[in-house]
Design a protein around this ligand. Sequence first.
Ligand code: GLY
Length: 300
Amino acid sequence: MSSPKFSLIVHGGAWDIPAAAIPDCRAGIRHALEAGREILARDGAAMDAVEAAIIVLEDDITFDAGTGAHLNRDGRVQLDAIIMEGASLKAGAVAAVERIKNPIRLARKILESSEHMMLTGAGAELFAQENGIALCDPSELVIERERRAWQRCREGNHSSEFHFGHNHGTVGAVARDVQGRIVAATSTGGTCCKFPGRVGDSPLVGCGCYADAEAGGISCTGHGEAIMKIVMAKMAADLLRNGAAPQAAADECVQLLANRTQSTGGLILLDRSGRPAAAFNTSSMAHGYLEPDGSVFISP
Ligand code: GLY
């Protein structure tokens, strides 16, 4: 089978999505796919398409990334993000930033302009200021739904159901452009009521994200402390490198996550030819991809 001209797959997290939230999830996934497709269809770069798709999802309060992310124990949003390029294996990542509206922009700036691969907290924000990315007021990232949920957690026991059920609402995207370049990215607010400074799988190379032009690109979602244990994104890349079919690779990763960590999550991927696959062991995962005929597949 010939490779598709270009490919794009995105996700908005693997979680028990309540029926009332499904229309918003589907709309967010569609908008992200449209933003990426618009770039890929004019022979644009996978890097630009992935960044554009993630920005849509970070700005959409449905998901646990950017604006509308969960609050940590101190009532603050702390964001993590990564972007990785498959030909060079270069990545840029940020963790625990509080004054960056779109952490994926900063992650890309680090990939392109820093000798380092990952910056955290105040250092990441200093790098942003020195490289033309404006800081926002931390309050701009906080929405009333999450502030109320945090308040309820403070008054009683922390409960993920207060947080709209979307403890796993991380976002991600993987694209392959007409030149065959593969880029993957992941962005998250992490877990609700997390300890200040906690960082999960999402911004870690090989855990929440991986891209290798010789294998494919992967973005993960789910319980970070479990995904880190099995280095899930790199596992998927290794399976693809060794010839596994895309769906088989995705399924095997989620199986291992369940068997070895008794935890939940999911992943999306493109193999090096651009063939998509997705797997999860939650009741659903908000995700979608471009079909070869130009239409979009969206689930749930
Ligand atoms: N997978 C997102 C997190 O655990 O932070």
